[in-house]
Design a protein around this ligand. Structure first.
Ligand SMILES: [Zn+2]
Length: 103
């Protein structure tokens, strides 16, 4: 509950809006496919940073930024999408926390 209140101050929607303000014009010119490829490249950089034990904080920020850029280009409000899928708990078992068998 405390986390939810905190996110209400600067939530995912506000961060997505910030990314749009900074990058939307460029993201639209680049297009959805190339933006998606950049996002996947950033996921690899997160893995590299984790393995090397340095730069992880910056790389996870970049990964979210590229995901939000992709969502901006294809017209998805990520906060809406996440809450629609996970807002009532685990989509499979409905639990909070999840009670599904570990994968
Ligand atoms: Zn579950």
């Amino acid at each position: 509950m405390v986390l939810f209140v905190y996110l209400g101050m600067v939530g995912l929607r506000e961060i997505q809006g910030l990314m749009a303000e900074i990058y939307l014009e460029r993201d639209r010119r680049r297009g959805a496919e190339k933006t998606l490829l950049w996002m996947l490249s950033e996921a690899g950089e997160v893995a590299d940073a984790y393995i090397k034990g340095e730069g992880l904080r910056e790389e996870v920020a970049d990964l979210l930024a590229w995901l939000l850029s992709f969502c901006n280009v294809v017209g998805i409000d990520l906060e809406d999408a996440v809450m629609a899928k996970y807002g009532d708990g685990c989509p499979m078992c409905g639990g909070r926390p999840c009670r599904c068998p570990m994968r």
